[in-house]
Design a protein around this ligand. Structure first.
Ligand code: SF4
Length: 268
């Protein structure tokens, strides 16, 4: 793992997401290195590095909080800020650098809506601070609920049980959150048994809303994904038959409605 400290010139990035006007990424690169990560594909298109390098480096923006302090004075008070759109803000490096923590300490002084996306239980450390925010939501990434499957597609990411502990801690603290069932792994979750089992389980965890997004950029990510799929099939966990996209999304909406879950599918 290559770790570097860098000075960023800017931290707030204007973004075209429907859910935020600005994004913040405390790190460049991500230790978790998920096989399906769309950032890996985007960086490949921008010729930043070879997809095989993703997960092998992380650059800590050590002046992030100081830069943000200046930038926050220039943006609208209602501009929405999304933290962790291209990295996991609570990845292991954060224990040492506390950059995400310092960013939250800056944002605490403002009323801007903040969302943070992560799959790391290190978020528990910052719950007392997050509780003090007037408008903050955590997006907890949970593409699968079976650790055997997790180890195939995101072997360096936190265990499912540790994420569920984070979920429980968010609930106990009263911090708004939703589940990111993203990406919807093709060949893994697009079958009726898995959809029913997943939504049943999350509804019993007290979850109220989910975001589901199909996996993208298979033209870049497809070959490594196919290798992992071969391993997945060899485990016997494979549940055929697959549903087509329309059937799959209709099933998600139907089962979610049965459980009283709100589902948002961007573009779906
Ligand atoms: S945790 Fe998120 S940013 Fe990091 S590799 Fe996985 S999908 Fe990509």
């Amino acid at each position: 793992m290559i770790i570097e400290e860098i000075q960023c010139k800017t931290l707030l990035q204007k973004c075209g997401f429907g859910f935020a006007e600005y994004s913040i990424n405390p790190y460049e690169g991500c230790r978790f290195g998920c096989v399906y990560c769309y950032v890996k594909a985007l960086r490949h298109y921008r010729k930043q590095e070879n997809p095989a390098e993703w997960g092998g480096f992380a650059r800590a923006k050590i002046n992030a909080a100081a830069v943000l302090q200046k930038e926050m004075k220039r943006i609208a008070a209602d501009a929405r800020i999304a933290i962790g759109t291209a990295t996991d803000p609570w990845q292991p490096l954060e224990k040492r650098y506390r950059i995400t923590r310092a960013i939250l300490e800056v944002l605490w002084y403002y009323t801007n809506p903040v969302s943070i996306t992560s799959r790391s239980p290190l978020m528990i450390r910052d719950i007392p601070l997050m509780k003090e925010f007037v408008n903050l939501r955590v997006n907890l990434s949970l593409p699968v609920l079976d650790d055997r499957v997790r180890k195939i597609f995101e072997p360096n990411a936190p265990s499912i049980s540790s994420r569920l502990k984070a979920l429980e801690a968010l609930q106990q603290a009263g911090i708004p959150f939703r589940i990111f069932w993203c990406p919807l792994l093709p060949g893994v979750v697009d079958n009726e048994a898995t959809v029913r089992a997943y939504l049943h389980q999350v509804s019993h965890l007290g979850v109220e809303s989910l975001v589901c997004e199909p996996m993208r950029h298979l033209e870049v990510l497809g070959s490594e994904y196919a290798q992992r799929m071969a391993r997945y099939r060899s485990t016997g966990l494979d549940r055929e038959p697959r549903l087509n996209r329309a059937e799959f999304l209709a099933l998600i909406h139907g089962v979610a409605a049965d459980y009283g879950l709100t589902v948002y599918v961007p573009g779906g």
